[in-house]
Design a protein around this ligand. Structure first.
Ligand code: PDD
Length: 282
């Protein structure tokens, strides 16, 4: 890339290589921060209002004052996107509690650190879409506030690495016998023409694609239900799907080394993927 990549840090755009955060930033010391990942298609952020509403909710839950209102964030994202030539981008936003001497309790009078960057959207290769991805099942060992989009992601990082170590792309986690989600995606079970998702509670991050799946299923005439899903139901699925900002909707065709149904992406995946592509260009 000839042009430098610019990032936004606190109050200015700076080249990525020059962006520096003090070592006492609580994001660095405690993982005391919140983030968002917003896909951008053809220069237009997708479901921006929903992403900014989730950012607001996550910040409120950890009691960090939101440094910008929705219009302010939207403006910042637009400026960042316009600085880069890629038609499709992934914008990363992060707000930490700021820089202060190390003490677990909140510091007083400290401004949050604001960081934003954009990268090219790396689309899932068609060959991967055609064969689907492999997952492994894992116990969900994370904390009990998975609804907060926190930068404290050690549980997710260890889960993803366990999947990679097993030759898989993602994991499906279980807590108390019920499916929660993947390390960085929501997971969906398809059985008898119905789509099932985990309850939208504190044990999962409610992906922006969760609301989108509701809309897409409604548009496709597919019944969708959020409820506790057992391990047996996951293994008996006709299809398994994974959704996230960066992967959109992906077919899972193998679980713990066994094929999901016949081991090829299914018809409901194909319908939802097509509906997703339509929603992007709407
Ligand atoms: N992760 N669950 C977890 C734990 C996630 O980290 C993500 C997204 C999702 C899906 O959310 P959404 O549909 O809003 O992308 C569910 C992002 C992409 C990441 O951490 O990079």
């Amino acid at each position: 890339m000839s042009d430098p990549q610019f990032v936004f840090l606190n109050d200015a755009f700076v080249p990525l290589d020059e962006a520096r955060v003090p070592v006492l930033d609580r994001g660095f010391i405690f993982g005391d921060g919140i983030y968002e990942v917003v896909p951008v298609y053809g220069g237009r952020p997708f479901r921006i209002a929903e992403h900014l509403a989730r950012l607001e909710r996550s910040l409120a839950k950890v009691r960090i004052a939101n440094p910008r209102d929705a219009a302010g964030w939207t403006h910042l994202i637009e400026q960042l996107v316009q600085r880069h030539p890629w038609p499709d981008q992934v914008v990363y936003l992060q707000v930490t509690r700021g820089v202060a001497r190390r003490d677990h309790a909140f510091p007083e009078g400290v401004a949050p650190t604001v960081f934003a960057m954009s990268n090219p959207f790396v689309h899932v290769p068609p060959a991967v879409r055609a064969r689907g991805i492999a997952v492994v099942t894992l116990p969900d060992e994370r904390w009990l506030h998975c609804d907060i989009k926190s930068t404290s992601l050690l549980g997710n990082v260890l889960a993803r690495q366990a999947a990679v170590d097993a030759g898989a792309a993602e994991c499906v986690m279980f807590r108390n016998g019920f499916m929660t989600e993947g390390s960085a995606s929501n997971i969906w079970v398809v059985r008898d023409g119905r789509v099932l998702g985990a309850p939208r509670d504190h044990l999962v991050l409610e992906g922006i694609r969760v609301g989108l799946m509701e809309a897409l299923c409604a548009a496709c005439g597919l019944p969708l239900e959020f409820r506790n899903i057992t391990r047996e139901e996951v293994f008996a699925a006709d299809e398994l799907l994974s959704t996230s900002a960066t992967k959109e909707v992906l077919p899972i065709t193998s679980i713990d080394g066994r094929p999901v149904d016949t081991g090829v992406p299914g018809p409901i995946y194909a319908r939802l993927y097509a509906a997703y592509q339509e929603a992007k260009s709407a």
